[in-house]
Design a protein around this ligand. Structure first.
Ligand code: EPU
Length: 449
């Protein structure tokens, strides 16, 4: 009688054949990412500008009339979506996607309504509220609603806008807000929401007097927004405990800004090195913002070298990674956006790992897809228990959000056979040609359109 594990292997071989057959018969419709088992990744790779900094910084241009220039702008689908939004409001935009440079001219921007179609496509659109209220005293938007990773309410944004004197009316999916006299306040956030901090900050910069955002989100992307606003003439300081202090000014002026490098893309590339047992150098990685993530890679047994002044990371991966325990929490805790990619690496690490996701209520669905590839993962409530296996196997898997798409691609790099990742609009929303970068390091990843 065959050993039990050979049953499992046979089953996976059969699944692999099924993937091939489905592809051959065009049952799996493009677009998808086709990933094949790859050698240890090696080489040096450059980064794009940060997805979670660029969108809000594009919106912050509304706060001043004139032409602003942004550098290091990633050519991702979310950025194109934000261009649509700004066009709808009357801005003129030129984006050189090869040079990653964007000119935003807000001279004739006079709209204060964002259509349902645009709002529903991108949650970050809700960050238009602060700048439009500051510039026109009114805004009309549709609520973005929840998505696969959680309900994602905007109650903290709204409650604190109201404290500043904004009248907010909700009618079904639509939200109208207006303000006559903005009032500076001490705003104590019940949770350090990144979006609420950014929205309130953009209103407070043009609100007379001193506004304090207490228990503010301190994510590096919030600091990039602060730097970009200061260049426009805003007066912002950061105090303890987790307090952003804003002295309102009469007006702001257009300014240039270079978007910070993407720490999530950096982390994903380092994990690609880790999972394949490779050697990857990311010279632009903002290591000073990646502390806990890098510490966890070291705990797994990987060698991490950090560059001068906290910029640049090299990983020399161990061939025998160890299990670890991780809990996602706001910065400087372990980032939720690097939870899914890490899970792929833990799926083949020795021992039992534990991941607890506390930022979103439903951000473990990639575990189910990894299980299709042969991973042993039990999920209960907010926790995934991952029992490392020796081998993953190619399968047809579906990405439910940006970071899940990355997780599944990474898993595909070490899976026997072919892995087909569907749901890749998420991949294109969040990354600027990451598949090209992985290929340059030796990975077998193709975007089939
Ligand atoms: N929350 C509330 N009420 C609010 C606001 C937030 O309950 O009024 C909850 C959310 O539902 C969520 C948690 O608080 O469960 C965190 O939300 P937060 O507002 O901090 O996040 P966000 O601004 O909506 C940004 C990033 C996310 C990233 C989070 C956390 C952008 C465009 N998005 O979202 O990025 O996960 O901060 O760091 O900046 C991603 O890149 O894949 C992504 C989802």
């Amino acid at each position: 009688m065959p050993h039990k594990s050979s049953f499992v292997q046979d089953a996976h071989r059969a699944y692999d054949l099924k993937v091939e057959k489905s592809l051959a018969e065009h049952i799996i419709e493009p677009p998808y990412l086709l990933v094949e088992e790859s050698p240890a990744l090696e080489g040096t790779v450059s980064l794009a500008g940060a997805k979670n900094a660029v969108l809000v910084i594009m919106l912050s241009r509304i706060l001043a009339r004139g032409v602003s220039i942004l550098y290091n702008v990633p050519a991702s689908d979310d950025v194109y979506q934000m261009i649509h939004l700004l066009h709808e409001l009357g801005a003129r935009i030129q984006f050189d996607q090869e040079e990653h440079t964007m000119n935003i001219d807000t001279t004739d921007l006079d709209g204060y309504r964002v259509s349902l179609e645009i709002m529903k496509k991108m949650r970050a659109s809700v960050l238009v509220m602060g700048p439009l209220l500051a510039r026109f005293g009114k805004v009309e938007i549709a609520l973005p609603g929840g998505d696969v990773i959680g309900d994602r309410p905007v109650d903290i944004h709204i409650k604190n806008f109201e404290k500043m004197g904004v009248t907010v009316e909700q009618n079904g999916d639509f939200l109208t807000a207006h303000v006559k006299h903005l009032q500076h306040r001490n705003l104590l956030l019940e949770y350090p929401s990144v979006g609420a901090t950014e929205n309130l900050l953009m209103l407070a910069v043009l609100t007379k007097g001193t506004t304090r955002i207490i228990n503010a989100a301190l994510e590096p992307e919030v600091f990039d927004l602060i730097i970009a606003l200061r260049a426009m003439g805003a007066r912002i300081t950061v105090d303890v405990p987790a307090t952003i202090v804003i002295e309102g000014v009469e007006s702001l002026h257009p300014a240039e800004h270079t978007i910070m490098f993407d720490r999530m893309e950096a982390g994903s590339l380092l994990l690609a090195g880790a999972i394949t047992g490779g050697y990857v150098n990311v010279p632009e990685a903002p290591a000073h913002t990646m502390g806990l993530f890098l510490m966890k890679l070291q705990e797994m047994g990987h060698t991490i070298l950090i560059g001068k002044d906290g910029v640049g990371v090299k990983i020399k991966a161990t061939k025998t990674p160890k299990a670890i325990t991780v809990k996602t929490i706001p910065y400087p805790g372990y980032p939720t956006d690097l939870q899914a990619p890490l899970m792929a690496a833990l799926a083949i690490s020795q021992g039992i790992s534990k991941i607890q996701e506390t930022v979103y209520e439903n951000r473990l669905s990639h575990a189910r897809e990894l299980v299709k590839m042969g991973a042993h993962i039990d999920t209960q409530h907010d926790t995934a228990i991952i029992r490392g296996v020796e081998q993953l196997y190619g399968a047809h898997v579906i990405a439910g959000d940006v970071r899940a798409s990355c997780c599944l691609v990474l898993a595909g790099l070490v899976a026997k056979g072919k892995t087909v990742v569907s749901g890749i609009h998420h991949w294109k929303r969040g990354y600027d040609n990451l598949e090209h970068k992985l290929r340059a390091l030796g990975a077998s990843v193709v975007l089939v359109q």
